[in-house]
Write a new protein. Structure first.
Length: 235
């Protein structure tokens, strides 16, 4: 029976590339997104790969646990989780204007859902002594980037959470890895929205297939906890 990767928050950019890369290695790629509007397209683009699709808001604890249980029942035990849901619409507030609530919202939409994923899948991984946890996060979690304001503290918290998980789990047969991304991911929704509008400045782009290749190498080699992808000229 093939291994299973749960791709949580799949989109046409990085999520689909992660599914394709792991699918090439024989994985069943369980795709999860908030709606099923693009599921038929995703399955078509992943022709030849076992790619069952599921609908759930993975930032909602009850929906997250339900969809993970359904994946396990229908596709098999989950070997790997990739967590990379799109921004939940919290917006960006300059740090010089951000109160506590503006900082709290990104934690609730980014950090806490990531922790709930770990809470849901880690116990079984520890029982088996195997498994992988992959997370995508922003470059503002590593470098000061004032233009990302209120998102930066949550990005930093997610990054340190994953790096610390890696250190805590490395002797237990489980890999936790961080994909730290600075730039617009080609083919992704944010890339499309950004290029359709004139923002008065340019942001570099990143190839999602190259990021997925690196994610696979981290999965195989397990030698480093983080891979950085930086298309931001100022950083």
């Amino acid at each position: 029976m093939s291994k299973v990767i749960a791709v949580l928050g799949v989109g046409p950019g990085l999520g689909l590339s992660i599914a394709r890369r792991f699918g090439r290695e024989g994985f069943t790629t369980a795709l999860v997104s908030r709606t099923d509007a693009r599921h038929a397209r995703y399955r078509e683009e992943l022709a030849g790969i076992d790619a069952p699709t599921f609908t759930a808001d993975v930032t909602d604890d009850a929906q997250l646990r339900a969809v993970l249980a359904r994946i396990t029942a229908e596709a098999g035990e989950i070997d790997t989780v990739y967590f990379g849901p799109a921004d939940a619409g919290t917006g960006i507030t300059p740090l010089t204007e951000a109160g506590a609530d503006a900082l709290r919202l990104p934690f609730e939409s980014i950090v806490l859902p990531a922790a709930r994923v770990v809470e849901a899948v880690l116990p079984r991984m520890l029982e088996r002594g195997s498994g992988s946890l992959l997370f995508a996060g922003g470059l503002s979690g590593k470098y000061p980037m004032p233009m990302l304001g209120s998102l930066a503290p949550a990005s930093a918290a997610l990054r340190m959470y994953v790096l610390t998980l890696n250190a805590a789990l490395r002797e237990k047969g489980i890999y936790a890895g961080m994909l730290t991304i600075g730039g617009l991911i080609e083919r992704g929704d944010i890339h499309r929205m950004f290029t359709e509008q004139d923002h008065g400045f340019t942001v570099g782009t990143l190839d999602p297939d190259a990021i997925a290749d690196k994610a696979w190498s981290r999965y195989v080699e397990r030698d480093e906890a983080e891979a950085e992808f930086n298309a931001m000229a100022a950083v």
